[in-house]
Write a protein that binds this ligand. Structure first.
Ligand code: FAD
Length: 609
């Protein structure tokens, strides 16, 4: 898959005089580019310009320092300008912001403190990252409102939390509270961290489920986990305003009202039942009129590419505002490369050109840019899957490829499979249920997969990510040979099971119906519930005929009589027993189909059941 690229003019220049490579942004993509360039060219002058106070810091580790799991702040700082000078002979300048690019004279303009200077470059790498989206919320500038993107951000949050906890402990009051706005990957990590620090957390999300990139039928598992850890989840609403709550000391509490009964927001209206509010407390007003008392607010509603420099320099941008690059990270200027959150990539399944703000692509792109600059052979940028993972208390949620919403929007035909196997052999202690959803094209090609569970999710999603990249189909998944011993997996691994199920569906061995088709199934077919009587008694669909699967062969006449010529929509708890039942019915000439994912998926899609 590697190609030998034509050595660049810059690579040839190297032989005559040292090339100057200037890198804008000193974290994931930028530092990968700088370090790789040094490894390829010992003579180049490499200058890294970073507007912040830190370079090469672990932004992905910030939530875990907030929680206290990464106890030492220094562990986040992987390098300093001094260590980079010593180990890689890099000229790293923190507090230096690039304010302009003069493409004609090949110079960047830099602001450092009060001074401004110009620096010529032979090759320029842009890795300025992304900027946080600022939602239209009144009062977003209040000091209680935080973001979680940088080391200073996490410092400020930790300081505020320490002050709040100390004040509450001294006054023997209830724990402080936080509102997290946005239930994406970083929002969820913030929720987990704040809860671990002892805060009462409210989580506000505009979409109708947490972690919007996750398919809707998996998200309720995360919602339940959040609730089990005391998180107050507000879905389908937006935060509208953050207003300062008037701090009411016990002595100042108005006559007739006990401390903690009510607090008053600036503007006078009684807002929320509350206790004595410490200085800096706020009230967050939601679009449904509800109000939440908070001692701090964390906003994480997504990012957009930091492409302002590129815009001003007249570089080509894509429709999403991300910098347009070719397979070697070249921008529309032959002397400028761009990487990371600021650039657009090709989404592997849809072919859409979009930014994918993840650390893995940024690091690989930085390496590739350096290869290209130094005239080394490059591995062209592969289409990006957007493989991502997050821990939500005891659960892991992960995704790769296209989710169902993306496939629908792109008009890509697909069939969705849901399975709920154990993460390892059921007879070996400690097996946990895994929830996997995968979409396949009609020809069997794997298009996307997602998983939620307490164990084994990471490995299955990583395998499935490789499978998508390799263009594998259901047949390939069925034949994958994966490591197995009872503590680790099953002889038929969940990944093999996905392949088997997809084979059965796609070749007609097991027709299926989806939880989303419930109304049609109830209205036009016989619903046959083949779970045990106790399971049925715990909850079932109105009008469903209950015949436990082991009794089915003896009671086929009942099915035929009840169906009255209609198709039979079979289900059990997870889809396994109903698969067996569906096969029995089909072999008797009935028009039968199995519910994908069974009652577990049905309940997730229709929580009222
Ligand atoms: P960054 O790493 O953000 O670096 C850009 C740098 O450029 C910044 O330091 C910025 O100050 C600097 N800069 C910008 N403009 C200028 C300028 N004009 N002059 C000088 N300097 C400038 N991804 C994952 O895959 N997994 C995770 O678990 C994960 N967790 C994350 C957790 C948090 C809290 C955050 C914030 C991000 C997380 N990410 C994660 C995303 C990942 O960190 C980014 O995708 C990655 O860092 C992008 O690399 P980048 O080089 O494009 O930008």
């Amino acid at each position: 898959m590697t190609k030998r690229s034509t050595p660049t003019v810059l690579g040839q220049l190297r032989r005559q005089e040292p090339m100057r490579i200037v890198v804008v942004g000193g974290v994931a993509g930028g530092m990968s580019a700088a370090a790789r360039a040094r490894r390829l060219d010992e003579h180049a002058e490499i200058v890294v310009l970073e507007q912040g106070a830190y370079v090469s810091f672990a932004n992905c580790g910030l939530p875990y320092h907030l929680s206290g799991e990464i106890a030492a702040r220094d562990d986040l700082l992987l390098h300093t300008p001094e260590s980079l000078a010593e180990s890689l002979s890099l000229d790293v300048r923190t507090g230096h912001r690039v304010t302009g690019i003069d493409r004609h004279s090949q110079k960047v303009t830099i602001q450092s403190g009060d001074s401004t200077y110009a620096l010529p470059y032979d090759a320029l790498v842009l890795s300025p990252g992304a900027v946080a989206v600022r939602p239209p919320i009144e009062g977003l500038d209040h000091p209680a409102v935080h973001t979680l993107r940088t080391v200073p951000d996490v410092d400020a949050l930790r300081e505020r939390i320490q002050d709040l906890l100390a004040a509450r402990e001294e006054a023997q009051q209830a724990p402080p509270s936080a509102v997290v706005i946005g239930a994406g990957f970083i929002g969820l990590e913030a929720v987990e961290a704040l809860t671990a620090r002892g805060l009462q957390v409210h989580l506000v999300e505009l979409a109708d489920h947490v972690l919007p990139p996750l398919d809707a039928e998996l998200a309720p598992l995360l919602a339940d986990e959040l609730a089990a850890h005391g998180v107050d989840l507000r879905l389908g609403v937006s935060a509208q305003a953050v207003t300062e709550a008037v701090s009411v000391s016990p002595r100042a509490t108005p006559a007739g009202r006990q401390p903690g009964e009510m607090s008053v927001s600036r503007g006078g209206a009684l807002r929320e039942p509350a206790e004595v509010r410490p200085p800096g407390a706020v009230t967050v007003t939601l679009s449904d009129g509800a109000t939440l008392a908070a001692d701090l607010v964390v906003v994480n509603v997504g990012v957009r590419p930091a492409s302002a420099l590129a815009v001003d320099a007249g570089l080509d941008l894509g429709p999403t505002g991300a910098i347009r690059v070719d397979g070697d990270q070249h921008t529309s200027d032959p002397h400028i490369w761009a990487v990371g959150d600021a650039v657009e990539v090709t989404q592997a399944i849809t072919g859409a050109r979009i930014p994918v703000p993840l650390a893995g692509p940024a690091n690989r792109q930085g390496r590739r840019a350096a290869d290209s600059i130094c005239g080394h052979h490059t591995t062209p940028q592969a289409p990006v899957l957007g493989t991502a993972i997050v821990r939500v208390f005891g659960l892991t949620a992960a995704t790769t490829g296209a989710n169902q919403a993306t496939l629908r929007r792109a008009g890509i035909a697909h069939e969705v499979m849901h399975i709920h196997p154990g993460d390892h052999a059921g007879y070996y202690p400690g097996a946990e249920r895994l929830h996997l959803v995968a979409s396949f094209a009609p020809d069997g090609t794997l298009l996307g997969a997602q998983g939620v569970g307490r164990a084994g999710v990471d490995k299955r999603i990583d395998i499935l990510a490789v499978a998508i990249r390799a263009g594998m189909s259901a047949d390939d998944l069925a034949e994958l040979e994966l490591a197995y011993a009872p503590p680790y997996g099953s002889a038929k691994d969940p990944v093999n099971m996905l392949g088997f199920v997809a084979q059965n569906v796609l070749d007609g061995t097991m027709p299926q119906w989806q939880a989303q088709d419930l109304d049609t199934a109830v209205a036009t077919t016989l619903v046959l519930d083949v779970r045990s009587r106790p399971e049925y008694a715990e909850g079932h669909l109105d009008g469903a005929l209950n015949i436990p699967h082991l009794e089915l062969r003896q009671r086929l006449d009942e099915v035929t009589a009840s169906a009255k010529g209609r198709p039979v929509s079979v289900h059990c708890a997870s889809g396994v027993r109903s698969y067996l039942a569906t096969r029995v019915l089909l072999s008797k000439g009935l028009d039968a189909r199995n519910l994908s994912g069974g009652w577990l998926t049905l309940k997730a899609v229709h929580p009222h059941l």
